[in-house]
Structures are given as C-alpha cells and as structure tokens.
Design a binder for this molecule. Structure first.
Ligand code: SAM
Length: 274
C-alpha cells in the first residue's frame, strides 16, 4: 500500500477513472464466466483475444507462474487459472480487484490479486514464466513497466500483449481536420452503437515507436498480428463476415499491416539471459 500512496498524477487519474468504471460494472458479478475462449476447440482466428489464447494453449501453461498486468475485472486471470496456471494479477483499482476476486471465488479458482501500479511491482525477481498484458500498456509508462516486467520474469519467460494501436501515420490522419472535425463525429455513434467510447484522459494508443520500446526487451516475436483495419474505425463489429474480412485483409496485406491495423497482438520471449 505504501506505493499506492505515492502514485503519480497520471496513475491517480487512472485510478479515479477506473474506480468509477468498476462501480458501474458490479452487475458482472451476477453473470456466469464464459470460458469457451480457453475450453473450446473451435478457434476464432479473426479475434485478437482468441488468437492470444490459441497461442498460449499451445505453450502448455499448466503449473506455470503467470502474471496478468492491469487485470481489470479479472477475465484473463480467470481464463489462465482455468488452464491450470498459477496466476497472480494486479491492478490500480481496488474496486476492479474486488470484482475480479469475487468472480474467481465463485468459479473456485485460486488467484492472487493485488493492488499496485505496473511501474513498480512488488513481486520478487525472476519469478514468472509468462506475463500477459491486454489493453493495459497504453495506460502506463511503458519504459518503467517494461523494466519491471523484465525484472520479475524468469530468463526465457514469454511476454504476450494485445493492445489498441495506431501507426503514427494513421494517427496523423485520424487527427487531421477532416477526420477529427467532420468524419469522426458523424461515425462515432454508428461505430460505438450509441455508447460513449471508453477512453481515459491519459491513455494513448500504442504506436510503432512504443512497439519498438517494448520489442527492445524481447527476442524476435514468435507472433505479430494486426487486427481492426476498418472494424472499430468505420464500421461496428456486429457483422461477423465483415469482421472476418477485415482480419483476412490484414493477413493478406501482412507486410503493411502495421500501418493499417488498430489492434496489435505480439508474443515472444523476453530478452533476459541466465
Ligand atoms: C482498459 S482496462 C483493461 C483491463 C483488463 N486488462 C482487460 O483487458 O479487461 C485498463 C486497466 O488498467 C488499470 N490501470 C491503469 N493504469 C494502471 C497502472 N499504472 N498500473 C496498473 N494498472 C493500471 C485500470 O485500473 C484498468 O483496470
């Protein structure tokens, strides 16, 4: 808790936002957890989260020490524990951790949840075999968090991240006068189906420069995939055939997918030697 008392202003703002966010999602406690992402033999190759678990299931994580960074309501922690991993997870928001903990209890899964910032971890050196980060790196100080992730990982540990992303060229187009002032306001209701986009004051989509910073801590990735070319930007994700077409296009355009995608999924070994 000492570290929680010395949060940076950015961490404080994130904490406040996510405390409120969690209070609005208490109803999650009533819903059963759907474990098909880790239990089903059918795989959804067009979905970044499903692709992440297709990769992890092939890694035999049973009995391994796995860390979930910024776990929110605990989905990934629950899924990984269901696969038999020894899971620890943390977040800044005690309300989110409360929800995550209760869901784990209900599912009879033994997971250690703790409150701490990604930039300063309480875990011991060289402990984790796998570190999983989903939709969290774009909320944190990446160089500081990566230093901590390297410290607490064993040599040869796998790091897997699945994040919102935009190449800096695409980012410039998004914030051009035409898109920002004319196109985006016209599309936002349609794409988000009338819901308010979930965006904190400090979050920033990962850019290729952020990927380079993260990649500096990793050996050549075993997996690098991009998702959401036009889905989530121009169209909502409600038409499955268009979602599949979107991913297929990015697959066919792999050499330039990093300029087009709005979500990145990368996994590989951390550069830490014995
Ligand atoms: C977009 S949510 C993602 C949660 C979860 N990973 C998921 O995919 O469902 C971002 C989470 O990051 C947490 N967070 C933000 N800044 C953080 C930081 N510096 N350290 C740890 N957690 C942080 C928030 O409390 C929130 O739960």
């Amino acid at each position: 808790m000492d570290d929680m008392e010395q949060l940076t202003e950015r961490q404080q703002r994130e904490l406040e936002y996510h405390r409120e966010h969690a209070k609005q999602h208490m109803a999650l406690l009533e819903k059963p957890v759907n474990f098909s992402i880790v239990l089903s033999e059918d795989r959804r190759w067009w979905n970044a989260s499903w692709e992440m678990y297709t990769y992890l299931r092939n890694k035999d994580i049973k009995g391994k020490n796995v860390l979930v960074v910024g776990c929110g309501f605990g989905d990934d922690a629950l899924f990984l524990a269901k696969c038999g991993a020894n899971v620890k997870a943390f977040d800044l928001s005690p309300e989110s951790l409360l929800i995550a903990g209760k869901r784990a209890e209900k599912e009879d899964l033994d997971i250690e949840f703790k409150e701490m910032p990604a930039e300063k971890l309480e875990y011991e050196n060289d402990f984790f075999d796998f570190v999983i980060a989903r939709d969290i790196l774009h909320h944190v100080d990446i160089p500081k968090s990566m230093n901590e992730i390297l410290r607490i990982s064993k040599p040869g540990a796998i790091f897997c991240f699945n994040e919102v992303y935009s190449h800096s060229i695409t980012h410039r187009i998004r914030y051009s006068n035409f898109v920002d002032k004319w196109l985006y306001p016209k599309l936002v209701n349609f794409v988000y189906a009338g819901n308010k986009p979930y965006i904190t004051e400090d979050e920033r989509k990962l850019t290729e420069q952020d990927i380079n910073v993260i990649a500096a801590s990793m050996a050549k990735p075993e997996m690098e995939k991009y998702f959401n070319f036009f889905i989530g930007r121009l169209l909502p994700d409600k038409w499955l055939f268009l979602v599949k077409l979107d991913r297929l296009l990015l697959y066919l355009l792999s050499p330039i997918a990093k300029f087009l995608g709005a979500r990145v999924l990368i996994a590989g070994t951390l550069k830490k030697f014995k």
